[in-house]
Design a protein around this ligand. Structure first.
Ligand SMILES: *Cc1c(COP(=O)(O)O)cnc(C)c1O
Length: 496
């Protein structure tokens, strides 16, 4: 098999192998790594539909990560997708209310980030060995709530690594926060910042681009890598579950072989939906990719006007993992619709960093025809949770509800009635307060864990272990700092 190389969306960095791209996270020129071409699935959907999740993962990932041996990939996959997940299917598909919810929250931290972050540490350590890396790897991560915990859980006590997570102190749910600040592991470090997710992400990006800091770290035997969704080691494992979902539909006879489905994804950093797009390009029969936003609807506006404009108020919503104004992975789509023209992409990204805004050409807009954009306001989201629960007894989390509402609305407006898969990105237990208040105002003011017990009662789904284990857990991380002090916090933690 010929090797698939990765280059930067901004073009100035050379080509690297998949394992090098995973180790680096971000390209040296500040761009994102993209494969030289999207590989085509190695078997028909019919054949793929007979495979387990782990076998599907191997079939897909070996096409993208060509410098890993099959044995290495198998070891990574078996280490990641084991009984940390509370179901053998790993990503079950549940039909409710006329759509198929692809439940991506059965991992250790009950959000879809586990799908990629349970395997990333294995890929990273394998990549380090492969490239004779002697330094200890320091994972530096900004989180809007879910990535942080999933990355902490994945990297805790992994030899040869340390992990540092920054989260917006007042921008995550109480359960999300408790999950992070109670994280065990001598190599973990969790910091709340006074600021929002974009501040945290900008601070992290600045450290990645800081040559001085890089030298200081290297002298002490450290190097940074990223567990954020810009890392292709996260993107590639996410392609897997779209292949798997189509396989399940085919196996159940819900679709004919080759019949197109639509996919709606609750979107923040544009990683999950980009993986769905890659799955489509690789051969999964997907029609429209419907990008669902909450009130921070910068992506909705982009799809409707061709202008990306982050100059707006940042709104805290009940779907905090989507409260993002700079969707990093969108750059990979922009690069593609620019005809893989790194110069054009780099110019747009420069304009974005200077003015907070850019506009794509008419020609580029034509490249967006696979996508549709929609958004749900806070009231729409709450109403969707209540209505789906009342009709079916199935309880959606707030993020999934945004997508569910947007998907339903898309269907109504366009009359496009292809089968719909909605990416279900979190367990309702992760956002219990918002979910329960949406279902009935009488739950307003109840204590968080009491609400979890109530949710178990009304949904018939038991409280997940991830919630049980933090009820009584001790807070181990109390550091809080200004966004401007993030670098100092990192240096102090590492003793640099
Ligand atoms: C991270 C996250 C999202 C957004 O996913 P992106 O890949 O960043 O677009 C949506 N829902 C939940 C629950 C998340 O944790």
């Amino acid at each position: 098999m010929s090797e698939l190389l990765y280059g930067s969306t901004r073009g100035a960095a050379g080509k690297v192998t998949a394992s090098q791209a995973i180790l680096k996270g971000l390209a040296d020129d500040g761009g994102l790594f993209v494969p030289d071409g999207i590989p085509v699935l190695p078997m028909s959907m019919k054949e793929l539909s007979g495979l387990s999740y782990q076998e599907t993962a191997l079939a897909v990932m070996k096409e993208f990560l060509t410098d890993f041996t099959e044995e290495e990939l198998r070891a990574c996959i078996d280490g990641a997708y084991d009984d940390k997940f509370d179901t053998k299917e790993i990503a079950p598909l549940k039909e409710a209310d006329g759509v198929y919810y692809l439940e991506l929250f059965h991992g250790p931290t009950i959000a879809f980030k586990d799908m990629a972050l349970s395997i990333l540490p294995y890929l990273m350590v394998t990549a380090a060995k492969k490239n004779q890396v002697e330094n200890e790897i320091v994972i530096l991560t900004a989180t809007s709530g879910d990535t942080g915990k999933a990355a902490l859980a994945g990297f805790a006590d992994v030899p040869g690594t340390k992990i540092i997570v920054f989260y917006p102190k007042d921008g995550v749910s109480p359960i999300q926060k408790k999950q992070m600040v109670t994280q065990k592991g001598a190599n973990t470090f969790v910091v709340g910042i006074h600021g929002n997710f974009d501040d945290a992400q900008s601070g992290v990006k600045a450290m990645f681009g800081d040559e001085e800091l890089k030298k200081e770290l290297d002298a002490c035997g450290y190097q940074f890598s990223s567990a954020n969704s810009i890392n292709i080691g996260r993107l590639v494992p996410q392609v897997v579950y779209y292949v798997y979902a189509y396989g399940r539909l085919l196996q159940q006879g819900a679709v004919e072989d080759g019949e197109e489905i639509n996919v709606t994804v609750p979107t923040g950093n544009f990683g999950n939906i980009l993986a769905a797009y890659y799955a489509k390009l690789a051969g999964v029969p997907i029609g429209k990719l419907i990008c669902a936003s909450n009130e921070n609807k910068v992506l909705f506006d982009f799809f409707h006007t061709g202008a990306y404009d982050r100059n707006r108020e940042f709104i805290l919503t009940s779907s905090p993992s989507m409260d993002i104004l700079i969707s990093s992975n969108l750059e990979r789509l922009v690069y593609r619709i620019a005809g893989n023209d790194a110069g054009q992409d780099a110019a747009l990204m420069k304009t974005l960093s200077e003015t907070g805004r850019y506009e794509i050409t008419e020609e580029m807009r034509a490249g967006l025809s696979d996508f549709a954009g929609g958004f749900a306001g806070e009231a729409d989201t709450a109403e969707e949770i209540r209505a789906v629960y009342e009709r079916t007894g199935y309880v959606l989390d707030t993020h999934t509800a945004v997508a569910s509402y947007v998907g339903r609305n898309y269907r109504k407006v366009t009359k496009d009635d292809r089968k719909m898969v909605v990416a279900s990105t979190a367990s309702p237990y992760k956002f219990t307060r918002s979910v329960m208040e949406a279902i009935d105002g009488k739950y307003d003011g109840m204590e968080d864990f009491a609400l979890a017990d109530k949710l178990a009662e009304i949904s018939g789904v038991p409280v997940p272990a991830a919630v049980e284990e933090i009820r009584e857990a001790k807070v181990l991380h109390k550091t809080v700092c200004e966004a401007s002090e993030m670098k100092a916090a990192v240096k102090s933690f590492l003793g640099v």
